[in-house]
Design a binder for this molecule. Structure first.
Ligand SMILES: [Zn+2]
Length: 473
């Protein structure tokens, strides 16, 4: 190792670790060090700040559950406007989003025979109710939705279908996409086969007695039947019963209801750019949550992370050159409703967005950044990638969709990036009563806040322009 190289590495470490800069540091013209020097005060300030965590605490304690269109959702919108003001955003506004409100109501399930006992169940979001006195039928189990589709209708008609697919833990959450069709499509596929109701093994990786809710869909051409999820522990019990006994009879009673149209809002806070205010760096999360927990991981964490990142940039570096726009989307959980409305309402200015990104995978540490940048300029941000590397974040591929609420933007040429979080335990809590503040590790959410601060500051304060996004296949 040459003396110069060892010095530059030592200085790089010093700047990352937050020591005072010496004049020597500025004399050495090494691009990565220069970028480190620019961002180290931001990194240091973030590493000593609880702001993201405090924002999630405020949202979960002062607002709590906030299913789209509910009273909680309305409180969340007012909370977000007030929080943006408190944090010093200079342009705060909201855009209306029409949403269908759904109320969970009472839910109960029990085995009637041969081994009577209660099961923990929750209704899936959007489900119709059972009759007021409940619904009693024999249950038929399938390992997958494909097996249900291929089964003989005579074995299913008049029964309750039980979709029993296990989900595995995974850092990137890859099994979610494989199992979630049970929840979204289960009622339609079961009804096509003549079933009276569907229950699924919760789409979750825990072994608790919390059931995981989440959105389900009907098809207007297929009869609507009630749909619920039982906890993974109860799914295990039911599976053994079905394997042991020729007939298992269940009673399910769920009194969910459609509560009609309501107006929710995408709530937006901006730090107006000083040099190119029309150019926008859009960072986002979703404000709604399911109703059972307090929506701490999904997506209070994202709300805290992106609000805090912008606030740190303003405090430590100052007003950005480009506009930083923090969007808190409405009604993500029931089908990205706020995000689609945002694109519709802002179609003419999407080409001003330099990059868009969303934080919506809990509060686990970020380990990778994927992008969808114009291929010809992607390497021009190598100095950013170097700083990220020092924060434990590797550069990934260039094919991301940026996260749920910005996933429709690349097809309009909007570049996106995704800061991939370790989601190994995310689906233990996802959409359950157990999604609460105590599940957030303060050091991990702080790492998220730091990485988002650096990436957002870089995109807002440098010349780097990754437009247009490569086209979507
Ligand atoms: Zn979410």
């Amino acid at each position: 190792m040459t003396p110069l190289k060892s010095l530059s590495i030592a200085l790089l470490l010093l700047s990352v670790l937050g020591c005072q800069h010496t004049t020597q540091t500025q004399e050495i013209a090494i691009p990565s060090s220069a970028t480190h020097n620019t961002y180290s005060p931001l990194i240091n300030a973030s590493q000593q700040s609880d702001l993201a965590y405090d924002i999630v605490k405020s949202l979960t304690v002062e607002v709590g559950p906030r299913i789209a269109g509910s009273k909680g959702d309305k409180r969340a919108v007012a909370w977000a406007e007030a929080k943006f003001a408190e944090l010093g955003f200079d342009h705060i506004y909201k855009e209306p989003v029409r949403v269908r409100n759904w109320e969970r109501g009472f839910a109960d399930a029990k085995v009637i025979a041969p081994y009577p006992q209660n099961l923990v169940i929750t209704a899936l979001g959007g489900s119709i109710a059972t009759p007021a006195t409940g619904l009693t039928a024999d249950v038929v189990m399938f390992e997958s939705i494909e097996a249900l589709r291929m089964a003989n209708r005579n074995d299913i008609a008049g029964k309750i279908v039980f979709l029993n697919t296990r989900m595995q833990r995974d850092k990137a959450g890859r099994f979610y996409g494989k199992v979630v069709p049970n929840r979204v499509r289960g009622a339609v596929e079961a009804a096509k086969q003549g079933a009276r109701a569907v229950i699924i093994r919760s789409v979750g990786t825990d072994n608790s007695r919390f059931a995981h809710t989440g959105v389900m869909r009907y098809d207007e051409t297929v009869e609507k039947i009630p749909a619920g999820a039982i906890s993974t522990a109860d799914a295990d019990t039911l599976e053994v019963m079905i394997k042991n006994a020729p007939t298992v009879t269940l009673q399910v009673n769920m009194q969910a209801k459609d509560a009609g149209w309501q107006t929710s809002y995408n709530v937006i806070g901006e730090l107006t750019g000083t040099e190119s205010p029309e150019e926008v760096v859009l960072i986002s999360a979703h404000l709604d949550s399911w109703d059972e927990g307090t929506g701490a991981l999904d997506d209070g964490a994202g709300v805290g992370i992106v609000m805090a990142a912008a606030k740190h940039i303003k405090d430590i570096i100052g007003q950005p050159k480009r506009t930083i726009r923090v969007v808190l989307f409405a009604a993500e959980e029931i089908g990205l409703i706020g995000a689609y409305e945002y694109v519709r309402a802002n179609k003419d200015s999407l080409n001003k967005i330099i990059v868009a990104a969303e934080s919506d995978f809990g509060a686990g540490p970020i380990y990778r950044m994927d992008t969808r940048f114009a291929t010809s300029v992607r390497d021009n941000a190598n100095d950013l990638y170097d700083v990220l590397s020092s924060l434990g974040v590797a550069l990934g591929d260039n094919t991301t969709n940026g996260g749920p609420d910005v996933s429709m933007m690349p097809k309009y040429g909007v570049p996106v990036l995704a800061l991939k979080q370790d989601g190994t335990y995310y689906f233990d809590y996802h959409h359950t009563p157990n999604d609460t503040l105590d599940k957030i590790n303060i050091d991990e959410i702080r790492q998220n806040q730091t990485v988002w601060s650096v990436v957002t500051a870089y995109m807002a304060n440098t010349e780097f322009d990754p437009r247009p996004a490569p086209s979507v296949e």
